[in-house]
Ligand binder design. Structure first.
Ligand code: CO
Length: 371
């Protein structure tokens, strides 16, 4: 059986367990996960209806006929032409599959435009979210997924080492220049597009965890937060290092970097099956609190990574989900001193039978690296 088909079958098995009669997907990573067909969200109506029994059905624009058949094992396509009413096809399908009064799980990222159409076309139905079945399925990665994630991790490592070898040559470049260079290297070495907009946060900009890039020039002694990754076989890399390309870092920087590095190490060492996700967050937070920077660690410790670069399990206080082998997530504590600098160190890890495997191994030190 096709890998995508077996995922769909597992999804179908779970639907009744959550009281649902069907999932209705929209171009998303869930739709790709189940069908093998990948497309960006768009204004045209395109659904994959996965009933709890029988075969899934695409309702799709006619222009996608060949593309979907090439990419997906799903062979039942109901096509509509521009100018026709796609919701009439949905209504017919609902009759055929007896879904008019059903409980339907809509894709979490489905645009309101389409959920509104579904509610109008199927007024007797009730709605939930596709994540009720997909989150759990997607938590544990299969071998092909793990292989892609390992390769994406190795790619981020390679580019990290190469960019750090710039040393003093990075001084005077803008954050945007450096981000462009990272993106170019990721593509050159086989990346299929960046996982998210590459982060280069120099000096005080590093204290904003979600700073992307600016025209600020990198100065000697600036700590620079470098957070980036690229897709390999559909799965993203995500790695962060904080480096000083040349010159003497600000006072306090070494101590902060050491704290974050120890916190990251403690959290990685805490990873093993059976441990609640929140314990990993606690392991990192304890180290940072003990060093007196607890109030400057302003985000959770990590996020799951799979087809989506942020997905379950979230490594955050209150998440009691127990870790299981095959889960993949980031471990990325940080300390942010507004107006001064920030430090974050991030690796992805796979939970194994007795601990974890790091997907990133480039040096976690802060100095530039020699050629
Ligand atoms: Co991350």
């Amino acid at each position: 059986m096709d890998a995508f088909e077996s995922r769909t079958r597992r999804c179908q098995d779970r639907l009744p367990e959550v009281g649902a009669d069907a999932a209705i997907l929209f171009p998303s990573t869930n739709l790709f996960y189940a069908s093998g067909f990948r497309e960006e969200p768009m204004e045209r109506h395109l659904f994959l209806v996965v009933p709890s029994e029988g075969d899934p059905v695409f309702v799709a624009p006619e222009m996608y006929d060949e593309q979907i058949r090439d990419a997906s094992w799903v062979s039942d396509l109901r096509l509509w032409a521009d100018g026709e009413d796609p919701m009439a096809l949905v209504a017919d399908l609902a009759d055929e599959l007896d879904l008019r009064e059903g409980h339907l799980l809509a894709d979490d990222t489905m645009w309101a435009l389409f959920t509104q159409d579904l509610r109008e076309t199927l007024p007797e139905a009730s709605f939930g979210l596709a994540s009720e079945v997909f989150d759990d399925l997607r938590l544990r990665k299969d071998d092909a997924e793990l292989d892609a994630l390992r390769r994406a991790g190795a790619l981020a490592d390679e580019v990290s080492v190469e960019i750090r070898s710039l040393g003093a040559d990075a001084i005077g470049l803008t954050e945007a220049d450096l981000a462009d260079e990272i993106d170019r290297l990721l593509a050159e070495r086989g990346g299929e597009g960046v996982s998210f907009e590459t982060v280069v946060g120099s000096g005080p900009n590093g204290a904003k965890p979600h700073h992307r890039r600016s025209d600020r020039e990198i100065e000697p002694g600036d700590p620079v937060v470098l957070d980036f990754g690229a897709y390999v076989n559909g799965y993203p890399g995500d790695q962060t290092r904080t480096v000083v390309f040349a010159g003497d870092p600000p006072e306090e920087y070494q101590a902060v970097h050491e704290t974050v590095q120890s916190a990251q190490q403690a959290a990685v060492e805490a990873v093993e099956p059976g441990v609640p996700a929140e314990e990993i967050d606690r392991a990192a937070r304890e180290v940072i609190e003990a060093a007196g920077y607890g109030d400057r660690f302003v985000h959770r410790t990590g996020h799951g990574v799979g087809l989506d670069v942020h997905e379950a399990p979230y490594i955050v206080a209150g998440n009691e989900v127990e870790l299981e082998s095959g889960m993949v997530f980031s471990v990325e504590p940080g300390v942010y001193l507004p107006g001064k600098f920030g430090v974050r160190i991030e690796d992805l890890v796979i939970v194994t039978e007795d601990g974890c495997e790091r997907l990133n191994d480039s040096p976690r030190t802060w100095e530039a690296l020699g050629e």
